[in-house]
Design a protein around this ligand. Structure first.
Ligand code: NAD
Ligand code: AKB
Length: 319
């Protein structure tokens, strides 16, 4: 697994180990060794020789390629984002081809753009003309993964993750980060200043659903997959105001303020409001388990434990 020390890698690594054996999943990232992620190797995915050495030494037969620069950071460092997101991906695709290995590489709601149809939901196959560097790399990544499957028979698979919400690892510089940060501030300070406007609706997903979906797609019968890469998956949609209202059911004093960041707002405004995930449901049985009330109850409980903050009444307070 590349990018294993990021938000979307920190939790799947233990989940995959529980399923396939602890020593059978090697975590790697650019970051220095992370003891909790052992076995772990520090590895730059833009270095094909280093990737090849590590893959050969460990007999890699499946890659989970999670290393990336996310949307907001990518706008600040577009060339670095291009280098990590595109060179990193092509290196791993080549390695998967050479080793006849399977590859999971996630896309994002960011692969869509302002011309994408929005109502009633953004279709699986539709116009994709993203306007952010991150989005450009994501749509190119979807096409490359399809190309490696069609041209070389590599078993590439992927989903378009919505904004991911988790209490374990902090988010890494995206536009949906507010939906994680808000929980930390709600528990610690009782208030939060959001960088997106109150009516900005986006697709979001709780990490347990994202991990389960990833594993289910990788284990799905290949004969059932018509799309393979870049499946729309969805669980819930909300605005900052709706998320705050759901948090207030547990923390009635919680206050949400707004100071809109024009750059991140423009990115969010170019993304879908709701994905149509019927292809994932039909082709490999995707179904989310967490909706907004369940997400908020679990996040406040688990993050409260982590931060040693007691939420009065816990999940029961919302009922
Ligand atoms: P993150 O920023 O939290 O983690 C990315 C990791 O990649 C970091 O730990 C970073 O150190 C590592 N990395 C950066 N450059 C590297 C390099 N050259 N070599 C090796 N590692 C490098 O991002 P994330 O949220 O964990 O995202 C993982 C994947 O999921 C990405 O492909 C992202 O586009 C996708 N995704 C995430 C979300 C989300 O909400 N988190 C939503 C949609 C898609
Ligand atoms: C981001 O906001 O950049 C990510 C994503 C939706 O891809 N969380």
């Amino acid at each position: 697994m590349t990018g294993a020390a990021g938000q979307a890698g920190t939790e799947p690594a233990p989940a995959l180990r529980a399923r396939y054996g602890h020593g059978n999943v090697l975590a790697s990232d650019l970051k220095p060794p992370v003891p909790e992620l052992e076995p772990y190797v520090q590895l730059d995915c833009t270095d094909p020789a280093a990737l090849g050495r590590v893959a050969a030494a460990h007999g890699a037969n499946t890659f989970y390629h999670l290393a990336a620069i996310l949307s907001a950071r990518a706008e600040q460092q577009p060339l670095q984002a291009y280098q990590v997101n595109m060179t990193g991906l092509i290196n791993v695709l080549e390695l998967a081809r050479e080793r006849r290995a399977a590859l999971f590489t996630p896309s994002s709601i960011a692969a869509f753009g302002p011309d994408t149809p929005r109502e009633p939901a953004t279709p699986q196959d539709t116009i994709q003309r993203p306007t952010s560097m991150y989005g450009v790399t994501k749509v190119a990544g979807e096409l490359l993964a399809d190309y490696y499957h069609q041209r070389f028979g590599v078993d590439t698979r992927g989903v378009r993750y919505p904004g991911l919400i988790s209490y374990v690892a902090p988010p890494g510089g995206g536009t949906t980060d507010y939906a994680v940060d808000i929980f930390y501030h709600a528990l610690r300070e009782g208030e939060y200043t959001c960088f997106l406007g109150e009516g900005t609706q986006l697709d979001m997903m709780y990490m347990p659903d994202a991990i389960r979906g990833t594993i289910e797609l990788m284990e799905a019968d290949a004969g059932q997959l018509r799309h393979r890469n870049a499946f729309n998956i969805a669980a819930m949609q909300f605005t900052p105001a709706q998320l705050a209202a759901a948090i207030r059911k547990h923390l009635p004093e919680f206050r949400l303020h707004y100071r809109v960041d024009p750059m991140r707002q423009a990115i969010a405004d170019s993304w879908p409001r709701r994905l149509d995930d019927s292809a994932a449901r039909e082709e490999w049985g995707w179904a989310p388990r967490y909706d907004l009330p369940a997400l908020v109850a679990d996040m406040l409980e688990k993050l409260g434990e982590k931060l040693a903050v007691t939420v009065k009444g816990g999940a029961d307070a919302a009922r």
